[in-house]
Design a protein around this ligand. Structure first.
Ligand code: ZN
Length: 406
């Protein structure tokens, strides 16, 4: 049976216009037709009335962690869970992301390698419901840095040979992305932005990713660490909060993507002050966001491709609440339309899945979400998704009725 979504306002993202009174016809999980509501053939169709909604492609959060839930103290408690329990917790968090409109998520570092992969396979084979997933497996870091003495969280490498081997290993085991920890960060105890991977280590891992046609990405805050990863051929830089002008020039020259992740620092400042969270994380977040505010305008002016990502799972960033990132992006200077594109078309291009998702077009997966108001007029509505369809199946529906017409 086919399903017809009647859309009051439709933003397919194939172009920058919002269309009125359209219909999306869904058959066997794919979009078979997009036409004006009057022209759509409703015979023997299940019709869903979204005529008072703003309808757009399913959202993509290209940076989150399912192994952590946002309210844990730091990252270490996961070491207490066995593998099966970790997978179940990851599933429950991924479902919260899906119900918030994120039909695709990218798990950027899972402490228990295999948990992210197991979940991805279980979803892909239809064993359990969940969002589309891309995974990186463990984060690759160096001895005694980022999470010192916590091999559960990172894969430790020293020297280019070990970096090369680690990149090959995660790809061979099924990772979609090679994730490097190139500098100290907000959640690690070391100085924010201190480079912790040498250039030849980064280059060795990037070369493996590139030659095996995989994406690479690096957590990097400081200018020196950012320049190392960009020069080494990384696909995307995460955070980049302490970048300098030369670093921005290099990213523009290399066509490197940026994933800004405002949410993580914002939530730690908003909810973490005065709690038992190590307070250095709150202080680092304040400094990093101040710096980020200054650079973000420059990223926008220079046309650096910006990909939506939230680092959800980090302290006080709960799964299902990451729609706040849209509001923060706009607050820091991005236009609402560009903010929406960052979580759909641009994210799909970065993840190399644009043939399936990212825009609404005939032949693409029926990943469709809807909101009660027009986010181009009020971006805060992105925090309250009211309809979620992934692959033609509905996961959230708050509209009053659906009906079969004859
Ligand atoms: Zn992260």
């Amino acid at each position: 049976m086919k399903t017809i979504l009647k859309c009051g306002k439709l933003f397919t993202e194939e172009n920058d216009t919002v269309q009125q009174n359209m219909a999306i016809v869904v058959q066997e999980g794919k979009i078979s037709q997009i036409a004006s509501a009057e022209r759509a053939d409703c015979t023997r169709a299940h019709v869903i009335d979204l005529s008072d909604k703003f309808v757009m492609p399913g959202l993509i959060d290209s940076h989150l962690h399912t192994y952590i839930g946002g309210y844990d103290k730091g990252f270490l408690p996961i070491a207490l869970d066995n593998h099966c329990l970790t997978v179940l917790k990851c599933l429950s968090r991924a479902m919260a992301d899906l119900r918030a409109g994120f039909t695709t998520i990218c798990d950027c570092g899972c402490a228990d390698f295999g948990a992210d992969l197991s979940l991805k396979q279980a979803i892909e084979t239809g064993l359990v419901d969940g969002p589309r997933m891309l995974v990186s497996g463990p984060m690759i870091a160096t001895t005694s840095f980022y999470f010192p003495n916590c091999d559960m969280v990172t894969r430790t490498v020293d020297g280019p040979l070990e970096a090369q081997k680690a990149a090959r290993d995660v790809i061979a085991k099924g990772a979609d992305i090679v994730k490097l920890m190139a500098t100290e960060g907000v959640c690690s105890p070391g100085p924010l932005g201190l480079p912790i991977m040498e250039y030849d280590e980064i280059q060795a891992a990037c070369n493996v990713a590139n030659s095996l046609h995989h994406i690479s990405r690096a957590h990097a805050h400081g200018a020196e660490g950012i320049k190392r990863v960009v020069k080494a051929g990384i696909t995307l830089v995460d955070h980049a909060m302490l970048i300098d002008d030369e670093g921005i020039d290099l990213m523009a020259e290399h066509g490197t993507y940026l994933c800004p992740t405002f949410t993580a620092g914002y939530r730690m400042i908003e909810r973490g002050a005065g709690t038992d969270l190590p307070q250095y994380m709150v202080e680092k977040s304040k400094y990093a966001l101040e710096q980020h505010a200054g650079h973000f305008q420059e990223f926008l002016k220079r046309g650096i491709p910006i990909v939506f990502g939230t680092d959800t799972g980090t302290p006080f960033s709960a799964h299902g609440e990451q729609g706040v990132e849209f509001r923060l992006m706009v607050q820091f200077g991005m236009s609402p339309v560009r903010a929406l594109l960052s979580a759909t078309r641009t994210a799909a291009e970065f993840l190399r899945i644009q043939d399936k998702v990212g825009t609404l077009a005939e032949g693409k997966c029926a990943d469709v979400v809807a909101f009660d108001k027009n986010p181009l007029e009020d971006i805060s509505v992105m925090e309250h998704c009211s309809f979620v369809m992934k692959g033609g199946k509905i996961y959230k529906q708050t509209c009053a009725e659906s009906a079969c017409c004859q």
